[in-house]
Structure formats: structure tokens, C-alpha cells
Design a protein around this ligand. Structure first.
Ligand code: FCB
Length: 417
């Protein structure tokens, strides 16, 4: 590691969660879903009731930022309805607890879930969802403008649109509906423009708002560089999931709606004879080991791709970057620590080379409901005992490692992990 490294004072060291994955007691399209491991999100980590304690855990972790989503379905029971007062009070109290603990909130407005009435409308396929979302954001920004300046409108529109309409893993579980995939991304991109306007309109007083999306960016490559079909498929995947989506939000004048780019980075997918060589696509671990591919329980790890990507994105879109998510799913803490260390090294390197990165949010504060995969994927800095109804959280060794990094960096001490 580079012992002389320092991070600027304002750099945000955070963790991330999303409402449906941690809160419990939600009423959206995931409520009745049961994952393959029997898990559902009805209680999740019960962050809904335990949030004050969870903020204390964040303070113990030494972080100075927290990326969380606000659950639209809690606040607007009907289209264009006034926001639900008691749910709003709960969120504002959570925000006040964060501020009291010196933790800066970044608010995600859409993290994969919708109110039931949006689902009935056909979700993001229906253009009527766009102004309805803008109405929600207008009302929310009016209330939160004093407490929040960091806004993330959409989390991973590519993941949402592909898992709903291409890969059949998220409700409504459709497969290979390419037109629907494009339509959803385009509608979300339009909604981002309106949401950005709404947030700006409401933030005349305090600190100027920062607005962006979080783009999940996978590096796609052929396993054998000379295999033409795999190269073609990697190129196509890159276009479909990366370029098309990022350009829908950021190309040309649309870029003006964002003040930063959020990057979620989980690694690389290599293709071999049309097969994706990652555990989450069903590639057997033994086979991946034979091929020398280093993976966590979901994806191939690829730290050098992280550094290159930050440089490339800055060149392409000329916006400051927040790493809105990065993490590993594994029960092997040594593996996770090493992985984090390597990615932080890349982060530091990219910043030394002039990339304007403003923050890093580790996915996730605690183990949680990993959508269609249930509770089998362990991403937490805190582990959670889901067999105990009190859902106790426990610091992991990765958590301790991250705490040491954050504490030293925030103190301005040389970074020497
Ligand atoms: C990201 C999602 C997040 C979580 C992590 C592991 O794609 O934004 O909700 O599922 O992956």
C-alpha cells in the first residue's frame, strides 16, 4: 500500500443499504416473494425499528456517510397523494440521527422497488410512471431539502431493467423482452431529468444539491481473447448494459441533469463459448478455479478494471465520481479484506492520476436480503444472525479493517493498511 496516501478532508467514507433489503415491513412487489433459500423481505434486518441502533453501529465503524434508499411505497399510498406523515417523520428522524452522528446521508430515490399502484400500472413500461415519480420527488425534496444535499435518483437502471425484463429474476419475471428493457431504461432516464429539476427547484437555501444516478458497470471480456463469438457477445453485453444505459442518462445535454456519476463496481464477467464465467450465472466453482478465475460468491473480482474504469468514465462523462457501491459476498473474511484492500489501492491510484472521486460507499452495512438470492450472500461489514428473532448484528473482521481505513483517512493520517 502507499503509506504516504492521504484523502481530502471532504472525502466521504460510507456504507450502503437499500430499504427493501434491510428495513422489513414493506409493501411492494417483493413483499410476497420467496427466494430459493426460503427467505423473504418481510422482516429483513428490521432496520425499520432498529435504525437508531444501526446509526450507532455506523458511528462505531467510523464512517462519515451512509447511502440509503427511501421507500416510495411507504410515502405515497396512491398516485399523486400527499406524503404519509408518520412514515415521513420516521425517515426525517433517521436523517437527524445520522446528522447527529456526523454521518452524511446520500438518498436513493429508486432502488429496484415500486408502490403497488405503479406495479398495477405496468411499472416503468408505462410512461405515466414518469410524471408520478417526479411528483413524488418534488414533494419529498421539499421536505428534505434542509437535511439532504446528496441525491441518487436511480440505482442501477440496467440491473433493474435487465432482471425484470431480460433475465426473469425480478418481478414481473419476464425473459428476453428486449424492447421492454430499452423502454424501461429510457423512461427512467426521462424521470431522472424531471427529478433533477425538482430537486434543484427546492434547494435554494442550503448547500447546493448533488444529483446523479448509480450505474452498475461490469467489465465484459472474452475468456480467450481470440474467440470471435465470445468477443462479439462481450461487445454486445457492454453496449446493452453499460454504454446504452449510461448514454441514455448522460449523453449530450442530458448530462446537465447530473452533477456526478455514481459507480457501482462488482467486477468482471468473462465469456467462454457463450457462457458467463461467474458463480451467479451458474458456473461451478470447481470449473472457475480450474480456469484460474477469482470470484466471490457472485462475481469475478477484477481490481485493475476498477482503476481503469474510473479513468475511462471521467474521460467519457467529465463528472466527479462517487463509488456508490462496492463489496464482496463471501464468508471468508480474509478474502474480503484482501479484495477491499486491492480495490482501495486502485481507488487511490486513480485519484493520484487525477480522477475526481469524492466518496466510497461499502456494500453493505450489514448482511441483508439479497433479492432473488435471499439471505445466502454475505455482504455485511456487520454480520446478522437471521436465526435469532432479535436479529443481532456483529462486527466482522472486514468491518474492523474498514473501520481502521476510514478512521485513519478521516483523521487525515497517512493511509497505511
Ligand atoms: C447491487 C444492488 C444492491 C445489492 C448489491 C449486491 O447490484 O444495487 O442492491 O444487491 O448489488
Amino acid at each position: 500500500m502507499r503509506p504516504d496516501c492521504k484523502f481530502s478532508n471532504g472525502f466521504l467514507w460510507g456504507t450502503a443499504t437499500s430499504a427493501t433489503q434491510v428495513e422489513g415491513h414493506v409493501n411492494n412487489e417483493w413483499t410476497d416473494y420467496v427466494a430459493a433459500d426460503g427467505g423473504h423481505c418481510r422482516i429483513a434486518c428490521n432496520h425499520y425499528h432498529l435504525y437508531e441502533k444501526d446509526v450507532q453501529l455506523m458511528a462505531g465503524l467510523g464512517v462519515n456517510a451512509y447511502r440509503m434508499s427511501i421507500e416510495w411505497s411507504r410515502l405515497q399510498p396512491r398516485p399523486y397523494a400527499p406524503l404519509n406523515k408518520s412514515e415521513l417523520d420516521r425517515y426525517t428522524h433517521l436523517l437527524d440521527c445520522l446528522v447527529a452522528a456526523n454521518v452524511t446521508p446520500m438518498i436513493v430515490l429508486h432502488h429496484f422497488t415500486n408502490p403497488p399502484w405503479v406495479t398495477q400500472w405496468g411499472g416503468w413500461l408505462n410512461p405515466a410512471t414518469i410524471p408520478a415519480f417526479a411528483d413524488y420527488v418534488t414533494k419529498l425534496a421539499a421536505v428534505l431539502k434542509e437535511r439532504v444535499f446528496l441525491w441518487n435518483t436511480f440505482n442501477e437502471p440496467d440491473t433493474y431493467a435487465s432482471l425484470t425484463y431480460l433475465l426473469g429474476a425480478f418481478p414481473p419475471f419476464r425473459k428476453w423482452h428486449f424492447r421492454d428493457y430499452h423502454r424501461v431504461v429510457r423512461h427512467m432516464a426521462q424521470a431522472h431529468l424531471l427529478a433533477s429539476d425538482a430537486i434543484r427547484r427546492h434547494s435554494n437555501g442550503g448547500r447546493a444539491p448533488e444529483i446523479g444516478i448509480a450505474k452498475n458497470w461490469t467489465v465484459f471480456e472474452a475468456f480467450h481473447p481470440l474467440a470471435l463469438w465470445d468477443r462479439a457477445m462481450a461487445g454486445l453485453s457492454h453496449h446493452l448494459f453499460n454504454r446504452f444505459v449510461a448514454n441514455s442518462f448522460l449523453a449530450g445535454r442530458r448530462r446537465d441533469a447530473s452533477t456526478y456519476l455514481g459507480l457501482n463496481y462488482y467486477g468482471r464477467t468473462r465469456l467462454r463459448n457463450f457462457q458467463a464465467l461467474i458463480p451467479i450465472a451458474g458456473a461451478p466453482e470447481a470449473r472457475l478455479n480450474e480456469l484460474g478465475i477469482v470470484c466471490d460468491d457472485m462475481f469475478e473480482r477484477h481490481p485493475p478494471g476498477f482503476g481503469k474504469l474510473m479513468k475511462r468514465l471521467q474521460r467519457l462523462y467529465r463528472l466527479p465520481i462517487y463509488i456508490t457501491e462496492h463489496g464482496t459476498a463471501s464468508t471468508d473474511d480474509n478474502f474480503r479484506i484482501q479484495d477491499l484492500d486491492r480495490h482501495l489501492f486502485e481507488l487511490r491510484g486513480a485519484m493520484d492520476d487525477g480522477v475526481d472521486v469524492r466518496g466510497f460507499f461499502y456494500w453493505s452495512l450489514m448482511d441483508n436480503f439479497e433479492w432473488h438470492l435471499g439471505y445466502t450472500k454475505k455482504f455485511g461489514l456487520m454480520s446478522v444472525d437471521f436465526n435469532d428473532e432479535l436479529l443481532p448484528r456483529k462486527m466482522t473482521r472486514v468491518g474492523e479493517f474498514y473501520r481502521d481505513v476510514c478512521t485513519a483517512a478521516i483523521r487525515g493520517a497517512p493511509w497505511d493498511t
